[in-house]
Structures are given as structure tokens and as C-alpha cells.
Design a protein around this ligand. Structure first.
Ligand SMILES: NC(=O)c1ccc[n+]([C@@H]2O[C@H](COP(=O)([O-])OP(=O)(O)OC[C@H]3O[C@@H](n4cnc5c(N)ncnc54)[C@H](OP(=O)(O)O)[C@@H]3O)[C@@H](O)[C@H]2O)c1
Length: 290
């Protein structure tokens, strides 16, 4: 490993979880958090609590940031008394944000002579450091190569996604859109089943068996969007419209919240109205596209 010391800025639920793998790997670890008490459990594991933010920056060549948002991070880092302390160091930004914030971060780093990577953590704190934990990072490949071994301490599925600083944040946003969409749909389904006295455990078993159908639908949808051809012989938008209408009616009759199904129905109707009635489900993409 290139780095023997590392500083962590931000010890919230996620920030604190990033620290133990580095202590375990024998690096000299410095931590800083606005509320100093959050450093105590990490000090007990072997970390050093910096007296203040400037001391935390001075302590290490590698600095890992995980704060509430970029505005918080920028307010701490973009100060005249701090920027000279950062010159030549490597900063990896794991605060969640959008692509523009990551690009602005990379621009700021280039102006003050900092090696910069932007990242996203695609799992919960308890999974950090484990073989399944997925993280994304993007930025200059030379910077990635210089700290790849250290970054891989955070999870077995730490992935470099390219030179564009925005890539990690943009992929993070799209994966989270999938995450929320699917999880909200699961809760809609569970509410309907509960209203109809079907055991949620039966749903769990059926869902496990249905997973390959969902995954092959995602694969076919990505392929269709990529080639912009939605024709096929499986099921037309007209047939899907009847299916979605039936779900909406069922949810209404069951007396459960049905705003999500109303949205599905609106999207399918708009797709049909725009001339895709005979096309396949991926043609709904035409409603979303820029
Ligand atoms: N938790 C997760 O499962 C998860 C998963 C993936 C990504 N993330 C991302 O990780 C980042 C941190 O999340 P978290 O779960 O650790 O959140 P959190 O527990 O709410 O911690 C927020 C952190 O930001 C600090 N902070 C907030 N306002 C501040 C200010 N004005 N000045 C200085 N520090 C300030 C907090 O300091 P104090 O302790 O002093 O309040 C704390 O260190 C977020 O961008 C989040 O999206 C979280």
C-alpha cells in the first residue's frame, strides 16, 4: 500500500463505518467530526482524534470525506487557511451528491493541486469492509491506481468507473432510482396482499421465483433502449395497459394507497397515445427520454 496514514472527515453513521477497516489494516488513522464525541469509539479502536479540522488535514496524505452533503464539505474545505494544507495530498470524496457537484470538486482540486477522486457507497454501514460491499469511484486513473489498494479495504466490490469525476455520483443516482422504485413497488404489493389476507411470506417465496423474469425484462429493456427499437412479439403496450388497469382497480377495491399504480397507468396511456400501442414495454422509455 502507498499510504501509511489516512484521515477521515465526518463520523456520522456511514463516515464512522469507513474507519475500522483502515485501523485493522494497520494504517495510522486520524479522525475528525464536528461533534467530537463520535470519535470516541474509534479512538478506542486505535484512531487518533484530531484537535481541529486543520490538524486532521495536516495529519495524513490520504483524506477520506463522508459528510451530510457537498455544501457542508465545501464550507469546511474551501477556506483560505485550509487549501495550502491540502497541496499534493489525495482527497476521496464519498459524500453523496450529483454529477455537477463532483465536477466542481474535481475542478477545485485541480486548481489547488490536490489529487481528487469522487465516490459513492452503494450499501449500508454494517456492510462496509465486507466482501459484498459495493462502492464506485471515478476520477484520474493515475490517482485511482495510487490508492486502489487502500480503497479496496472499504469493500470487496470497490469499482473504478472511469476518468469522468461525475461518473460515480451519476451511476449512484441511477442505481438508487432503481432501488427506490423497486422497494416502493414491493411495499405497494405487500399492502394489496395484506388487504386481501395473503401471507407476506407467500409473497416472499413467489418473488424469489419471479426474479429471473424481472432480470430478463431489465436486460431486454436496456437492449431495446440502446438500439431504440421497441418492436417484438411478447406483449404489446395495449396488453400491458389492460394489466396495469386491472392492478389499479384491484388496489382501489382493496382500499390501499394506489398513487404508484396510477403513475404506471398514466405512463402506459401516454406511451400508447404517442403511437406505440403495438410496441413492447420498453417503449414507455419514450415518455421519460430527454
Ligand atoms: N447511511 C447510509 O446508509 C449511507 C449509504 C450510502 C451513502 N451514504 C452517504 O454518506 C454521507 C453521510 O451519511 P451518514 O449516514 O453518515 O449521515 P449522518 O449520520 O447524518 O452524518 C452526517 C455527517 O455530516 C456531518 N455534518 C452535518 N452538518 C455539518 C456541518 N454543518 N458541519 C460539519 N459537519 C456536519 C455530521 O456531523 P455531526 O455528527 O456533528 O452532526 C456527520 O458527520 C451522505 O452523503 C450519505 O448520502 C450514507
Amino acid at each position: 500500500m502507498k499510504y501509511s496514514n489516512v484521515t477521515f472527515i465526518g463520523l456520522g453513521q456511514m463516515g464512522a463505518a469507513l474507519v475500522p477497516p483502515f485501523i485493522g489494516a494497520g494504517l495510522q488513522v486520524t479522525v475528525w467530526n464536528r461533534s467530537a464525541a463520535k470519535a470516541e469509539p474509534l479512538v478506542a479502536l486505535g484512531a487518533t482524534a484530531a484537535a481541529d479540522f486543520a490538524d486532521a488535514i495536516k495529519a495524513s496524505e490520504l483524506i477520506i470525506v463522508c459528510l451530510a452533503d457537498y455544501a457542508t464539505s465545501n464550507a469546511l474545505f474551501h477556506r483560505d487557511e485550509i487549501t495550502p494544507l491540502l497541496k499534493g495530498k489525495t482527497v476521496v470524496q464519498f459524500t453523496t451528491g450529483d454529477g455537477k457537484e463532483a465536477e466542481a470538486g474535481a475542478q477545485w482540486a485541480a486548481e489547488i493541486g490536490v489529487n481528487y477522486m469522487d465516490g459513492a457507497i452503494m450499501d449500508y454501514p454494517t456492510k462496509v469492509g465486507g466482501p459484498e460491499c459495493m462502492l464506485l469511484v471515478s476520477g484520474h486513473e493515475a490517482v485511482w491506481r495510487s490508492c486502489a489498494q487502500e480503497m479496496k479495504l472499504l469493500g470487496g466490490r470497490m469499482t473504478y468507473v472511469g476518468e469522468k469525476p461525475a461518473s460515480a455520483n451519476l451511476l449512484d443516482g441511477s442505481l438508487l432510482t432503481m432501488y427506490y422504485g423497486n422497494t416502493f413497488a414491493l411495499m405497494q404489493s405487500a399492502a394489496m396482499l395484506q388487504a386481501e389476507q395473503i401471507d407476506i411470506k407467500d409473497f416472499s417465496t413467489a418473488l424469489a421465483a419471479f426474479k429471473p423474469v424481472i432480470e430478463s425484462t431489465w436486460k431486454r429493456t436496456i437492449e431495446a433502449i440502446d438500439r431504440q427499437n421497441y418492436s417484438g412479439n411478447e406483449a404489446s403496450i395495449h396488453v400491458h395497459s389492460l394489466g396495469v388497469q386491472s392492478l389499479l382497480k384491484r388496489a382501489k377495491n382493496a382500499g390501499v394507497e394506489h398513487g404508484l399504480l396510477r403513475l404506471f397507468s398514466d405512463y402506459v396511456d401516454k406511451t400508447a397515445a404517442s403511437g406505440h400501442e403495438a410496441d413492447e414495454l420498453p417503449s414507455v422509455y419514450e415518455v421519460f427520454r430527454p
